[in-house]
Design a protein around this ligand. Structure first.
Ligand code: HEC
Length: 85
């Protein structure tokens, strides 16, 4: 086993932890938006399909950089955001 190939980022286990660590600085702790747009129930993204969210999170969009997250973390964070609507 080579230490060099270890992933530097440890997988986060809840959607809330992922959101706080990776999204809230730009989208606000309560989805209200900051440098990034609001992601709350009244935002355009609320009516977008999961595929749009996955694409935006993993590939980035405009001035949003792609977020390096596992598939599981992406699923958890989308679930967390939608549970706040
Ligand atoms: C470095 C700041 C930054 C981080 C970190 C960030 N975003 Fe963004 N995000 C943005 C910006 C800026 C935009 C607007 C991009 C554009 O349309 O040009 C955006 C756009 C989005 C959109 C599309 C909104 C729409 O109305 O189409 C979604 C969904 C989104 N972000 C989700 C997330 C999630 C979930 C995370 C955490 C995993 C995250 N973002 C992390 C800055 C960020």
């Amino acid at each position: 086993m080579s230490a060099c190939s270890q992933e530097p980022i440890q997988e986060l286990s809840s959607g809330q932890a992922v959101y706080e660590a990776r999204c809230s600085a730009c989208h606000g702790p309560n989805l209200e938006g900051r440098v990034g747009p609001a992601l709350d129930a009244n935002s355009p993204s609320a009516s977008m399909p999961d595929s749009y969210w996955i694409q935006t999170i993993t590939k980035g969009k405009g001035s949003m950089p792609a977020q390096r997250l596992t598939d599981n973390e992406v699923e958890l964070v989308i679930e967390y955001i939608k549970s706040k609507y």
